[in-house]
Design a protein around this ligand. Structure first.
Ligand SMILES: [Zn+2]
Length: 264
């Protein structure tokens, strides 16, 4: 007999319908968090090793900006704009980077209407300077610098993943103060719209060009689950959560206890 049936009706109602539902605390589930992690958050973590909500990230961005600017010997951003332009063009020239105008490549821009400037294989950057207004001029100088960074990467760091290339190029002249004032913009604008947008265009172009499926490693939550597992267990060769489970099962079947550490 069911226990509830022995309780008087009045008590039974009370018992069945407690006035206040006891809420179970939401279980923290690292696997589902990884599966649900957004595109831009994955991109950020892939490049910086930090999630975009990490309050330490802004300092990292500020440091990285300094490193990138000094690594590529980019001109002082406080220079008058015309001086800055001259310096940029000198860097391009020294490194065999050709600056071409957009009308020469109008077909490419017609195909990609959201693209304002681009860099092409063989050390060519395609960008127009807007001399109609001070704002436009400064903006287009930033675009030129962005594309020159890509030109330098092609020359000196060709094997760099596209995600890092775009991170460097956008961060090189990103507005750190703006990101400090609005930390959500790190995820939404820097990694979402800007870096994310360029990376998506790249993979789209690559896919069309090579006929390969676009499956960048960071789109796979297992990439991060693996990193989590590695950090947690200090074990090698754990590709997925399933692998971890399987190993644990085998170990328990064989009665092996986890070694304190495994050699790398
Ligand atoms: Zn770019």
């Amino acid at each position: 007999m069911n226990k509830a049936e022995n309780i008087p009706q009045e008590e039974h109602n009370k018992w069945e319908a407690p006035t206040e539902q006891v809420k179970k605390p939401e279980q923290y589930n690292p696997i589902s968090e990884r599966v649900n992690q957004t595109y831009s958050s994955r991109l950020c973590e892939y490049v910086t090793g930090m999630k975009p909500e990490n309050p330490e990230l802004i300092n990292r961005l500020q440091e990285d900006q300094k490193i990138i600017r000094s690594k590529y010997n980019l001109p002082n951003p406080d220079l008058p704009a015309s001086e800055f332009e001259r310096s940029l063009k000198e860097i391009a020239k020294k490194n065999g980077i050709e600056i071409r105008s957009k009308h020469e490549y109008s077909r490419l821009f017609d195909e990609n209407p959201s693209v304002g400037a681009m860099s092409l294989d063989g050390g060519k950057v395609v960008v127009d300077l807007d001399r109609n207004s001070e704002k436009g001029y400064n903006k287009s100088l930033k675009q030129m610098e962005h594309e020159i960074v890509h030109g330098l990467q092609e020359k000196y760091a060709k094997s760099m993943p596209i995600e890092e290339m775009e991170y460097e190029a956008y961060l090189s002249n990103g507005n750190i103060q703006f990101l400090k004032d609005d930390p959500e913009a790190i995820n939404e604008i820097l990694f979402g719209t800007l870096i994310g947008g360029s990376v998506k265009i790249y993979y789209g172009a690559e896919r069309c060009g090579r006929g390969e499926a676009d499956s960048p490693v960071r789109h796979n939550p297992n990439y991060f689950i693996e990193k989590d597992a590695q950090a947690k267990t200090n074990q090698k060769k754990l590709r997925t959560e399933q692998d971890l489970k399987q190993i644990e099962e085998i170990r328990s079947k064989l009665g092996i206890t986890k070694p304190a550490s495994e050699s790398k």
